[in-house]
Design a protein around this ligand. Structure first.
Ligand SMILES: [Zn+2]
Length: 309
């Protein structure tokens, strides 16, 4: 992204960029940021009328594709027309093409014609979640830019409107730095409940007679996977607390809780518990058996906890 600014300053913007990472929403955000950097006089930092137009999709020099679900041959045709029109407001014309991985070989071949000979001051901002589904000939015409996950600070800025939400800090911890995952967590009603269940199990479950208190009848696949994922990261954190690596702990708000209970677990037990959770995660399962599978997992965790003292 810094490179694009530098290239703009040096008047060395190339005709086309191909951005890639596993998350569509992150890529969409990147395309908007780049378009603003190129078109705005303050490099997109000021939320000026130009930036606002780009953001809400009403800037006349920014054309967004695909028009339908996937980039089509009709889209290629109108990209060629758009690319040859002069910019109206500024110096550059931007052609955004999202999710190129969903397009046919035919439409990509047609697009290739204009990429091979892009009109002056027309810039292609193209995104894909899967580089393997972009034709090598298309790739070779574009500057490839891998988008790494966002750091916590940037992510917090992007989602500042959610900051008052109860699970905001948790979402930041669990999102892996991609916008799509963060959004999913923030909009997921069950997220907090699953987290609380996992925390209760890890910190309070002491005997098999108590297991019944933690069983959710007709557990859904998401409930199961999320709860188990949280439990695993908490057990990993306890192992980190035991080895004095507090700075690596993921569930930061629980550090003092983990410190209190870390003596209940031997390191050997923690390693084995984490491994057993992994094994359960690898299983193919149907919803019917999830509550039972969960109960078995809790029993197995208790066994390990007391056998490996
Ligand atoms: Zn601006």
């Amino acid at each position: 992204m810094q490179d694009i600014l530098q290239q703009k300053v040096n008047k060395k913007l190339v005709g086309g960029y191909l951005f890639f990472c596993p998350d569509t929403l992150t890529l969409n955000e990147i395309l908007l940021m780049c378009a603003k950097q190129i078109l705005c006089d303050s490099n997109g930092d000021d939320n000026c009328p130009i930036c606002q137009k780009v953001q809400c999709g009403s800037h006349p020099d920014v054309c967004v594709y695909p028009k339908g679900d996937a980039f089509s041959t009709d889209d290629s045709q109108s990209v060629i027309l758009d690319a040859n029109k002069k910019a109206i407001l500024g110096e550059y014309k931007i052609l955004m093409i999202k999710n190129l991985e969903n397009s046919s070989e035919q439409s990509q071949n047609k697009l290739l014609k204009v990429l091979e000979n892009p009109p002056k001051n027309t810039i292609f901002l193209i995104s894909t979640t899967n580089l393997n589904k972009v034709l090598p000939t298309v790739k070779s015409r574009l500057l490839k830019v891998e988008i790494p996950p966002f750091d916590k600070q940037t992510l917090t800025q992007i989602f500042s409107e959610y900051q008052k939400q109860e699970d905001f800090a948790l979402a930041m911890d669990y999102s892996n730095g991609y916008i799509g995952e963060t959004k999913q967590i923030l909009l997921d009603q069950d997220f907090l409940a699953n987290y609380a269940l996992a925390k209760n199990i890890v910190t309070n479950l002491k005997s098999s007679s108590e297991i019944v208190n933690y069983i959710v009848p007709k557990m859904s696949k998401n409930q199961f996977l999320d709860t188990v994922k949280f439990m695993q990261s908490m057990y990993r954190d306890i192992a980190l607390v035991k080895s004095n690596k507090i700075e690596l702990v993921k569930n930061k708000t629980l550090v003092s809780v983990f410190e209190n209970i870390s003596d209940e677990f031997s390191m050997k037990a923690l390693v084995e518990i984490i491994k057993r959770i992994n094994d359960v995660n690898k299983k193919q399962f149907s919803n019917v058996t999830l509550s039972l599978l969960f109960e078995n997992l809790l029993t197995s965790i208790l066994e390990v906890k007391y056998l490996c003292r």
